[in-house]
Design a protein around this ligand. Structure first.
Ligand code: TMO
Length: 313
């Protein structure tokens, strides 16, 4: 009897290891958290979905560029918001080195660039052209920027290369980096009362589009290589003389060992796909409704069961 049980057990084990029933590792799946709201809420949404499935999840706050190196090395398991404009270069560099995989696109179109609330156009009617913006530079001048216009760029780790663009296109602007995303919203909010012209970094999908109608500045269109080859773009001697992609991707990425270690979770990650309105809603729950990210995620999951239950069954 004992012998038979042993044989059976061995047989069952052999069967398990050669079929698709391998269980996910109980080690925590490490999900990185960055410094803009949709990414923080989406990461909590996906973390809560994976916990619901029985996975262990750990969140770590990381730099949004260095994360691609951490994923490649397996220290971080996935990234849920790879924005083409801000992170395409770091993601491509990590892909070339190996250790990270492209887990596909969200059903979303993204744009990240210089942006103004619509009232700004009253003072600078030639907008959205970047040349018209530059001709209006003086209306964006502050005590801090002297004769030149002030452009409030994103936090440094988003690597928007605002300074390089100003130099490459010979613009009369001073680039100031915001300390946080909240500083961008404060700048727009402060300008709103007296409809003062402002130009700041912004993106879509985001909660901001539902609050302040506005437009992106139209720079020379992005071309592949604009960040690598000076010949690309209107200035033959400079990099970054183009706008960011106007119809950028939003990808998911993972450590290339994830599929073997957490096959079920990886299968869910492959299916996950959020849309522009869903992503804007995630940001709104934090930036307008002022929920904590984990509560925002729980609320989002509660209201969107039809969306995510299909991914886990
Ligand atoms: C990376 N971001 C969405 C803030 O531009």
């Amino acid at each position: 009897m004992i012998k038979m049980t042993k044989a059976l057990t061995a047989g069952a084990l052999a069967l398990m290891s050669t079929t698709a029933f391998a269980a996910d590792s109980s080690d925590p799946i490490v999900i990185p958290i960055h410094n803009w709201s949709s990414q923080i809420v989406m990461s909590n949404v996906v973390g809560q979905i994976l916990e619901e499935k029985g996975n262990n999840v750990e969140y770590v706050t990381t730099d949004s560029q260095a994360v691609y190196e951490s994923i490649r090395l397996g220290d971080v398991t996935m990234e849920l918001e790879v924005w083409e404009g801000a992170f395409g270069a770091s993601f491509r560099a990590a892909l070339e080195k190996g250790g990270i995989v492209d887990v596909g696109d969200h059903n979303a179109v993204t744009r990240e660039d210089w942006w103004y609330p619509m009232w700004t156009k009253d003072a600078c009617p030639g907008l959205p052209s970047w040349e018209a913006l530059n001709d209006c530079a003086a209306i964006f001048a502050t005590a801090e920027t002297g004769e030149k216009g002030r452009y409030l760029d994103g936090p440094v780790d988003w690597l928007k290369h605002g300074q390089e663009r100003v130099a490459a296109l010979d613009m009369d602007f001073v680039v100031v980096n915001a300390g946080s995303a909240a500083a961008l919203w404060a700048e727009i909010g402060a300008a709103e009362a007296d409809k003062r012209p402002v130009v700041v970094f912004n993106w879509t999908p985001n909660f901001a589009e539902a609050v302040w109608p506005g437009e992106f500045v139209e720079f020379p269109a992005w071309e592949d290589g604009c960040d690598k080859d000076p010949a690309v773009g209107p200035n033959p001697d400079a990099l970054y003389d183009c706008g960011n992609p106007a119809t950028g991707y939003l990808k998911k990425a993972a450590w290339d060992g994830m599929e073997a270690k957490w096959p079920d979770a990886y299968a869910v990650l492959e299916k996950i796909s959020f849309t522009n309105p869903q992503i804007a809603q995630m940001a709104k729950l934090v930036d307008i409704d002022e929920l904590e990210p984990e509560d925002a995620a729980a609320q989002w999951l509660e209201g969107n069961k039809d969306v995510w239950e299909a991914w886990i069954n």
